[in-house]
Design a protein around this ligand. Structure first.
Ligand SMILES: [Zn+2]
Length: 115
């Protein structure tokens, strides 16, 4: 999938959205072959002079490596349920080696497990 070069909002810089199958928009440093998320510049870190960085769509699935149950409101961009009920914040490791934090939905607190 080709990502159009246009003026994008912050959300559009993070995700392909709206889309039937949204992806995170990451970066791949062509010099050191490192994936990262988000991709906001042409170099993935100041210490790597090897760039440039290619914009890539990273995997839609990963491994749930850690989670916590949140019992109090969290700041944006997370969405707090109304009325506030405990919800799950998770860390997923993608096949590219990237760890992303997000809000896990569609699973009850009692049913979530790491592998
Ligand atoms: Zn690099």
């Amino acid at each position: 999938m080709k990502i159009e070069k246009k003026q994008r909002t912050e959300v559009e810089r993070l995700f392909t959205w709206p889309a039937d199958e949204p992806h995170l928009v990451g970066g791949l440093c062509k010099g050191c072959n490192t994936y990262f998320f988000p991709k906001f510049s042409e170099f993935h870190k100041p210490g790597c002079p090897q760039g440039p960085v290619k914009e890539v769509l990273v995997s839609r699935r990963g491994k749930l490596t850690s989670y916590t149950v949140q019992y109090f409101p969290v700041p944006s961009p997370f969405v707090n349920p109304e009325p506030l009920v405990p919800f799950i914040l998770e860390i997923v490791t993608l096949p590219e080696g990237i760890e992303v934090i997000g809000q896990l939905t569609g699973v009850s607190v009692e049913d979530v497990r790491t592998i």
